[in-house]
Design a protein around this ligand. Structure first.
Ligand code: SAM
Ligand code: SF4
Length: 327
């Protein structure tokens, strides 16, 4: 399945719920309006859509949210998706505190990997960012459990100037100590509270400059379609650090992602308002072929991406709160 810029869809991100047990200030609106249960795709509807996408070349699925682990029986969805012919990898992005309890079940049901979002290693700051009290130790326990049961583990850290920028080296040390990839994410304008400001974006280049002032790094070859630029430690230590430079050095030219929202919209690009209602087809008795053709058309229309915004010197707009799309 290709778009008009020659990009090909290989990865599907599924927002399994818009709800969350956290309230991160760069994501969740202050007064979120949750979707009604009836508006949310059932596991059967999600699986049918994913199966169609797999026949069109999608190979990897990531579950996100809101917080994907708060969706009841999410491990059953993992099983259904992992069993689809052509799907090589199912993973989850999570805030982490429920992992300790769920990692084993998720692994048994075919989950390959987990990315834990961790924005501070200081308990007070962690609480200030996420609104979640005393959760940091639980998240670290969850990460340990994920590793113990054999899930591939990564860490995502959203960096904001004037906030957690003083912890970059602590996170680099975490990468080394845990033998894990820590990816520093540039702050994107999808915060439900509309606090985003270009001045608060710490660029990937600046982030890596600060890490490199202490640790010599060597670049890891970038896979086509990868969102992160990743580096190994040149002293041979375990672990990796990387940046996701969606704002300052976008990678839209090789983007191979398409998204499905909890309420059944296909969203080809995070930075575009365009979304296409697949749920009406799923619930309106459409045949597989009709749904597949519809999805093909929406992907064809995929927005060129941030590179075009930068070229036009356009100002970034808030498109939607991150919890309503899943990152
Ligand atoms: N609740 C899960 C979590 O936090 O990992 C999954 C959903 S969350 C919306 C997906 C990812 O988006 C997380 O890594 C989160 O840190 C990131 N994120 C949320 N708001 C963001 C923003 N304004 N800019 C950059 N990344 C953001
Ligand atoms: Fe919830 Fe994840 Fe958004 Fe934080 S970033 S509020 S954990 S969905």
């Amino acid at each position: 399945m290709g778009d008009s810029y020659g990009r090909v869809a290989k990865k599907l991100r599924i927002q399994v719920t818009d709800r969350c047990n956290y309230s991160c200030d760069f994501c969740m609106p202050l007064h979120p309006e949750w979707l009604n249960r009836s508006e949310i795709l059932t596991f059967e509807e999600i699986t049918r859509t994913a199966r169609l996408l797999a026949t069109m070349g999608v190979e990897r699925i990531r579950l996100s949210g809101g917080e994907p682990l708060v969706r009841q029986d999410v491990e059953k969805l993992v099983r259904l998706l992992a069993d689809i012919r052509g799907i090589k990898n199912v993973s989850i992005t999570t805030n982490g505190p429920m992992l300790k309890k769920m990692a084993g079940r998720l692994r048994e049901n075919g989950l390959a990997g987990v990315t834990v979002s961790l924005h501070s290693l200081k308990p007070d700051r962690y609480e200030a960012i996420t609104g979640a009290r005393d959760m940091l130790p639980r998240v670290l326990d969850g990460m340990e459990e994920a590793r113990r049961v054999g899930l591939a583990l990564k860490v995502n850290c959203v960096v904001r100037r004037g906030d957690n920028e003083d912890e970059l080296l602590d996170f680099a040390r975490l990468a080394r100590d845990w033998n894990v990839t820590v990816r520093f994410i540039e702050y994107m304008p999808f915060d439900g509270r509309r606090l985003w400001d270009a001045d608060r974006v710490l660029s990937g280049a600046e982030i890596m400059g600060r890490v490199q002032a202490v640790y010599r790094l060597s670049p890891v070859a970038r896979e086509r379609g990868a969102t992160a630029s990743t580096y190994k430690f040149a002293d041979g230590s375990a672990g990796e650090v990387g940046t996701v430079t969606s704002m300052t050095q976008p990678f839209c030219g090789s983007c191979d992602r398409i998204r499905l929202t909890a309420d059944g919209k296909m969203v080809p690009c995070l930075f575009s308002m365009e979304e296409y209602d697949v749920k009406s087809l799923l619930r309106g008795g459409a045949r597989d072929e009709e749904i597949a053709n519809y999805i093909r058309r929406c992907f064809w229309l995929k927005f060129e991406g941030v590179e075009s915004l930068l070229r036009q010197n356009a100002t970034f707009k808030h498109v939607r709160p991150m919890n309503t799309i899943g990152g």
